[in-house]
Design a protein around this ligand. Structure first.
Ligand code: SAH
Length: 398
């Protein structure tokens, strides 16, 4: 049934109010339109009766309302006729995931625990700088990697997030700052780091779909230069990520010898350091202006010696690189301590002298467990046959 009259004819204002409100708790039985491509939006429009010759135009309008204006109600979409709005509201939703908690650190960092329609939860963190800031986005509920120093690694893998759930983390943060319509100039939510829970390159298709949405110039319009994807080293996906998306690359290196990296970042057993660095050397678009970031968590007495620093410099020779030295952020039961400041300074000095920027990442949001490696949600997988239900606190630390 056509829901759209000829151009010029307008349904009465307020039509569509009878339809279920999109501010209902997320889930329901309506499909979310967040995270769909334009072509998929066009299909959904056609499904509610928008004539084929109008779906392209309507999809463009929807996109604008969702990603430029931040609309959460179809009824707010005043450029779209009331009949179409009502039909959309009946079938679809733009509701955000539920914010289970929102915490604010004394240093301005904000952390959201978001609950999706199936009850699964992830955390996202906004780290403000003076007039801008980065949103740290999660890609999975839990993680398969079991890095021994990472809090998320103590949580079992539950599932991948879909593209809508990844984009929704950005929308929630932007809602929280009221930063709609999407600013064309300076903005608080200026950068994205795919450094939250999970391994983004193990959920590549959904991550890529989500990042294409946030980069789209007609919506959120974040430049690929303001997006950094961090990986523990899923070597076969690295080149593709660079070629497809062109976003900045960060590598969670953390050790300069395979024996130690096998222990700290167990995926190293599959993709050892030499292969990982070879993939970095091939990374499309890496240049002195677009350096690859090597993240290195400073673990007391484990990986923080001067010999380690010198070996690091030798390893990355020839790669346009910068270092990100991360003081270890403790979490309850963690088997490591943070390197003392003098050790971190000595390490940084060696790397600096070799010509690499090596800022020490000031821990942010530690008071709300929002710093690197501290994210964790209580979601556990459904109990498997023969496996006792693990309470989050008793999940094995790798
Ligand atoms: N799986 C991806 C994305 C997570 S990024 C990756 O490994 O890169 C999260 C960053 O925080 C990684 O560099 C990770 O190694 C680092 N990290 C994890 N636990 C940490 C901790 N307790 N203290 C400091 N950094 C940590």
């Amino acid at each position: 049934m056509p829901v759209e009259a000829e151009p010029g004819a307008h349904s009465r204002p307020g039509a569509g109010r009878n339809a279920a409100s999109t501010s209902d708790p997320p889930g329901g039985d309506r499909e979310s339109l967040i995270g769909l491509t334009r072509a998929e939006l066009a299909e959904r429009l056609q499904a509610v009766g928008v004539p084929p010759d109008r779906v392209g135009m309507r999809a463009k309008q929807l996109w604008h309302w969702i990603y430029h204006r931040g609309a959460v109600e179809f009824d707010a979409m005043t450029t779209i006729g009331g009949g179409v709005r009502a039909a959309l509201a009946e079938r679809y939703t733009l509701a955000r995931p539920e914010t289970a908690t929102e915490q604010r650190s004394t240093d301005g960092t904000r952390k959201w625990l978001l609950r999706f329609a199936d009850g699964r939860e992830v955390e996202s963190v906004y780290i403000p700088e003076e007039d801008r800031g980065a949103l740290c986005i999660s890609s999975q509920v839990g993680c398969t990697l079991s890095c021994t120093f990472c809090h998320t690694g103590t949580q079992r893998m539950v599932r991948n997030l879909d593209a809508g759930e990844i984009v929704a983390q950005f929308l929630v943060a932007r809602d929280s700052y009221g930063e709609w319509p999407s600013p064309r100039g300076p903005r608080l939510l200026s950068n994205i780091v795919m450094m939250g829970m999970g391994e983004p390159l193990f959920n590549y298709d959904n991550v890529a779909k989500a990042l294409r949405i946030v980069m789209d110039p007609e919506g959120i319009a974040l430049s690929r230069r303001r997006i950094t994807l961090s990986t523990a080293g899923v070597v076969p996906m690295i080149e593709r990520c660079g070629a497809d998306l062109g976003v900045g690359l960060a590598i969670s290196l953390h050790a300069v010898r395979d024996d130690l990296r096998n222990e700290l970042v167990p995926i190293n057993r599959k993709y050892p350091i030499a292969e990982l660095l070879a993939a970095c050397r091939r990374y499309p678009g890496a240049s002195n202006a677009r350096r690859i970031t090597f993240e290195y968590v400073m673990l007391k007495g484990v990986n923080d010696s001067e010999a380690d620093a010198r070996a690091l410099v030798r390893l990355i020779a020839g790669i346009p690189a910068k270092l990100n030295l991360i003081p270890f952020n403790p979490w309850p039961g963690a088997p490591y301590a943070c390197s003392p400041p003098e050790a971190i300074e000595r390490f940084a000095a060696i790397v600096n002298r070799a010509g690499y920027a090596a800022p020490v990442r000031a821990p942010r949001g530690r008071d709300i467990l929002a710093a690197c490696g501290q994210l964790k949600s209580a979601s556990t997988p459904r109990p498997a046959r023969r496996r006792a239900t693990a309470s989050p606190a008793s999940a094995p630390a790798a």
